[in-house]
Design a protein around this ligand. Sequence first.
Ligand SMILES: Nc1ncnc2c1ncn2[C@@H]1O[C@H](COP(=O)(O)OP(=O)(O)OP(=O)(O)O)[C@@H](O)[C@H]1O
Ligand SMILES: [Mg+2]
Length: 720
Amino acid sequence: MEKSPLPLQNTGRTVKQICGKEALVKLLRWHFGHAEFRGKQLEAIEAVLSGRDCFCLMPTGGGKSMCYQIPALAKKDGFVLVVCPLIALMENQVVALKEKGIAAEYLSSTQTSNVRNKIHEDIGSGKPSLRLLYVTPELIATSGFMSKLTKIHDRGLLNLIAIDEAHCISTWGHDFRPSYSKLSSLRSHLPGVPILALTATAVPKVQKDVIESLCLQNPLVLKSSFNRPNIYYEVRYKDLLDDVYADLSNLLKSSGDVCAIIYCLERTACDDLSAHLSKNGISCAAYHAGLNDKLRSSVLENWISSKIQVVVATVAFGMGIDRKDVRIVCHFNIPKSMEAFYQESGRAGRDQLLSRSLLYYGIDDRKRMEFILCNAGCKKLKTSNLQEGLSKKPLSDFHQMVEYCEGSGCRRKKILESFGEQVPASLCRKSCDACKHPNLVAKNLGELTATCVGRQRASSSRIFMSSNCDIIDEEKSSEYWNRDDEVSGSEEDISGSDDDAEVIKSLARSKLPAKSDLNEKMELLQRAEEKYYQNKTSDKQVSKLDKNAISDALREASKQRLQNALKQAQQRLGNTKLEEETSATFLENECYSKYGKTGKSFYYSQVASTVRWLSTTTSTELANRLAAITRSSSENVSSKAEDPTAPLSMVDQGPTGNITEDVQRSVGSETCTFASPMEDASPTTGLPPIPSFSEFINSKMLEDNPNRVEKNLEKRMRFQ
Ligand SMILES: Nc1ncnc2c1ncn2[C@@H]1O[C@H](COP(=O)(O)OP(=O)(O)OP(=O)(O)O)[C@@H](O)[C@H]1O
Ligand SMILES: [Mg+2]
């Protein structure tokens, strides 16, 4: 519904009159229903309306959008261009503005060409009706769009360029997006148009980077305090809790049916935790990049409309999500930096009401994150000519986060100091655990140190903060091991972006007919696979295979993981009594005998799936599955339970529904008559071997085209 324009937009007014405080407040009340401007909003608005560049640093939920939305309404002709990193973010804002009767649109590849053409027509018309146009940084980089903008600018119709989430332009920021670096050309192409850079997370280095990269001229720099007085900060120590899942369940239950976001590092952890919480009667769902688009949208919709209250998500969830009544943001794993933590925890209490940030800190989590960041840093250093300082930055940023957890001082003060704000401890007013319960926090930290020292002695691995990649022992330090796919999975989640989605969607829309596209991809994969076999005997390949081998330490860690899961299952089920260690050994043997020879990835996946199954299984299912222990010990007195390659046929495998089983189902159901590369590696396993990609494709095509399959087989024979 189009709202009638305010009388102040009549022609003949001077810029001064339009910028007057009274008139701007009127706009705020008329269009948005807010009584007054908040913080530095008015200063930012007045600056850009007078034609000055502005760098605006405001906390999450501080109301940055208003700083460009009001100027868009204050000028009679022309529009404001807003650059946004995420399509979802643009969509949300445009929908909200349209609901208020404000003419706003966004341009993205997700729209139909019809819609896009209409927008292009409007902005090229000489008298655009649009007030705000949201675009992606990728679109700005295209010469076609830039020349269109130049024409609009020549007619004096481009009033302001707003760069939202401007920290994405800086490689020093926690959320660097390469596409943002293309925005540097805006100033030279569109001289004289004021630029407004907005961010919630800018450490001084990032701020300097943003100002320089965008070529801001004598900008008005506005900084609001990062303090979020309505958020209570707390850290709980996983290593001191009997059951972290139960602790979180109890907290959610005792808080009532409140809206919450729980962040986990990995997708499997989201699934596990969500299943567990659901079982405990908590209305929740998992959200991560591993779910299909449809499922993700429905989780998001259900959460926004309060059909579900708790989302268990990777960091892919959040930017631009404007649910104001989030009462709890919980980090189930330590985040990668204070900036990330601040932004994620800042999603609580956007309505300014009392809310809570809770972080579960665990020593294993810390080591895992150190490993990920270290690995990513080393990889970047190898593959690019990045300065060494920059490659180590993620690790030093992370250690600020460790200090937040391992220190006994005021949490709020630590957050603010990390952004360069010096504040007295009294500012907190007992709204963090360290200020409210100093003795308890000190006691917990003492116990944590003692636990760590004990574990250090036991494993003779280093426990406390480290800044050196070399000390992270991939396999001994935690259950996180060097799986390339897992590392990259985590990284992807850490910087989840719609940039990738854009590329994928444009690929999907490519003119190539679907079928020939698929054939082409299959050919490509087959060629890649053939190359793999060609190189199979080279030293490089051998060492790669070694790297994929499953060590004793890894198996031990898996057993431990299963034992913990069994312990939790026992607690959950109450009446079930089982011998945890024997059962864990049995379940681990099961995973190993099934996938031990095929490498870490499959093995790990099987362990993870068993853990997931344990978190939801019933007493009867558990008893049935473990009954095989008794069977196997009576059938095969001593050797088989110890034998990692023992056939699986004796075990009831129970429901798993994991990736490996999906692969097994899709490929293993075919009658495999080819010589599998796995076959010779696992002669004693009773399972059908997992065929290679080519084998699978060829078996699928066997009926259609037997000649082609023979040809492929011939090729394969040449390489073996
Ligand atoms: N002057 C105001 N008075 C009251 N509420 C306001 C005011 N300005 C903005 N808000 C409200 O504050 C909420 C947060 O605003 P906005 O989304 O612009 O914040 P943000 O600073 O962009 O946050 P983020 O960093 O999370 O993107 C919105 O619901 C908005 O309507
Ligand atoms: Mg915003």
